[in-house]
Design a protein around this ligand. Structure first.
Ligand code: NAI
Ligand code: CS2
Length: 493
């Protein structure tokens, strides 16, 4: 018999229930590290403490690694581990919330569409990264020029994008008279429910207006704020997991102990009692989403670009530098907190202090380069809405300005020692082109600002904003990231 997590003696307790009990009422698209350590673990805790029968059908659509993960999950009876790494101790959970796992290369398009279309599927949840929604612009409209979307328009019954699969499955459900499902986005996007709706209805509209109308009327797209720091798994993490479990777990993930999930309570076909295991079900998620995107993700991206340029491999490394720590806190409290309007009882100073502590967790090796990925998709909601707020109010936002300059310097694909690295971003070809064909300095800044899907029309047209950015960028290039971050704390407010 093969040695694996399903068969071997383990150092941790096995769940008391088996998969027979589970009904795959949730189909989750994007079984990445985050989903395994967050939504699947919430459900696991619910199964632990109640007689709930909600289970997950995992779907990966992309990449060879997504297919491999599905194969590995199947090999170990759909069990895997989550290791919560505190500064001082580790807690390991063996998760048994998955009922099945699918990939188009293994199960065919039809296998996935049928899973989405079967009557027991009540929720389709998503962690497909910001780019997986195939939208653009401030209102998150469907990008009809996106390669995947072009394909799905031409071949709607054998789609490639997550959005295409959802539209086709809803078409089948409507045709069969099966009730619709809820689409629950769990990605770091501003108003993620609205973005998911715009993408799904937008694609359906290009196909069949009656279908688009039916979806718009019958499907709900609750927004959710999701939070837990889950770094990509490295060989080192794998070895740690092996030592803790006593056996290898290629599907295992490690993360911080903190977790939060705030969900808009708007489900058309039922939902698990997530509130019994710590999720907050609320009427309006927007303030929580905004708080998290601007304070956590906004400072994360700042630390990622300026930290990487300054030679820090991980976020915890940046927290070792007092000037970076101070800048992250100042960015949160002076430049992001004033843009938020929070329900009573939320203490933003306490939230910021807790974030600094979470970022400092020495056991988490969250690489600055991982967070720096896909900046073109992240900047608008993390920084640029706040910059607009400060431009309108005439208030100081020099940390955000240095962040933007840091991103512009980063996308050159060359570190401060002149060594080249890959810029991973859906717009990497455009960014590369700009860097190749415009001279370094003000012209390049203008060319980068002209990428409309990131900066819109207003920011490049604001002379005060452009000249401030040119000045900050020049200083960053001349003195380097560490000096630029240190100088933030010296300038008068
Ligand atoms: P990951 O790289 O482990 O997984 C990404 C998943 O998205 C994979 O299943 C992949 O197949 C899928 N995917 C990627 N591009 C896609 C596309 N165009 N269409 C369909 N599926 C696609 O990344 P991870 O850590 O799971 O993060 C995924 C997302 O979860 C993030 O982008 C973010 O929005 C959200 N998130 C992540 C957190 C973290 O700390 N890792 C915390 C909070 C939210
Ligand atoms: C990070 C987030 O990769 C990134 O861009 O900022 O994934 C961050 O770790 C999570 O949002 C924390 O919940």
């Amino acid at each position: 018999m093969e040695h694996n997590l399903a068969n071997d003696e383990l150092n941790v307790t096995r769940p008391a229930w088996n998969h027979q009990r589970l009904v795959p009422r949730i189909v989750h698209i994007g079984c990445g590290a985050f989903h395994r350590a967050h939504q699947a673990l919430y459900l696991h805790h619910l199964l632990e403490t109640s007689d709930s029968d909600w289970g997950i059908c995992e779907v990966n659509l992309m990449s060879a690694s997504g297919k491999l993960l599905v194969e590995q999950l199947r090999q170990q009876d759909l069990l895997y581990s989550v290791t919560e790494k505190g500064a001082e101790q580790n807690d390991v959970h063996l998760v048994a919330a998955i009922k099945e796992a699918l990939h188009p290369a293994l199960d065919g398009h039809n296998g996935i569409i049928e899973a989405l279309a079967r009557p027991e599927t009540a929720i389709v949840s998503l962690t497909v990264t910001e780019k997986g929604y195939c939208t653009q612009g401030a209102n998150g409209e469907l990008d009809a020029d996106n390669t995947l979307i072009k394909h799905d328009i031409a071949h709607p019954m054998t789609p490639k994008s997550a959005i295409g699969f959802i539209v086709e499955a809803l078409r089948v459900r409507r045709e069969r008279g099966v009730a619709p499902f809820t689409v629950l986005s769990c990605d770091n996007l501003r108003d993620n429910g609205h973005v998911a709706r715009a993408a799904v209805v937008g694609l359906a509209q290009l196909r069949d207006t009656a279908l688009a109308h039916w979806i718009d009327e019958n499907v709900t797209f609750p927004s959710s704020m999701v939070d837990r720091i889950v770094p990509a798994v490295t060989d080192e993490t794998q070895q740690e997991i092996r030592a803790l479990l006593g056996v290898e777990d290629p599907c295992g993930v490690a993360c911080e102990p903190f977790r939060q999930w705030v969900i808009e309570d708007k489900f058309v076909n039922g939902r698990p009692e997530w509130d019994r295991v710590g999720a907050q079900l609320v009427a309006d998620v927007a303030p929580f989403e905004m708080m998290k995107l601007r304070m956590l993700n906004g400072s994360h991206s700042f630390l990622a670009y300026l930290g990487y340029l300054g030679g820090c491999e991980t976020i915890a490394d940046t927290m070792q530098l007092p000037t970076y720590r101070q800048a992250a806190l100042a960015l949160m409290m002076q430049e992001q907190a004033p843009t938020l309007s929070m329900p009573e009882g939320i203490d933003l100073q306490a939230y910021a202090n807790q974030l600094i502590e979470r970022f400092s967790n020495p056991s988490l090796r969250h690489r600055t380069q991982q967070i720096a990925m896909d900046g073109s998709q992240k900047l608008p909601q993390r920084w640029l809405d706040s910059v607009r707020y400060h431009l309108l109010h005439g208030s100081d936002c020099r940390h955000l300005m240095l962040g933007i300059a840091g991103w512009m310097r980063y996308v050159l694909g060359q570190n401060e020692r002149g060594e080249a690295f890959d810029v991973v971003d859906p717009l990497s070809a455009t960014l590369h082109d700009i860097n190749q064909h415009t001279p370094e300095g003000d012209a390049r800044i203008r060319a980068l600002l002209a990428v409309r899907t990131i900066f819109g029309d207003d920011l490049p047209a604001n002379p005060g904003f452009v000249s401030h950015l040119q000045q900050v960028y020049a200083q960053l290039c001349q003195h380097g990231a560490r000096a630029a971050v240190a100088s933030l704390n010296q300038e008068p407010k």
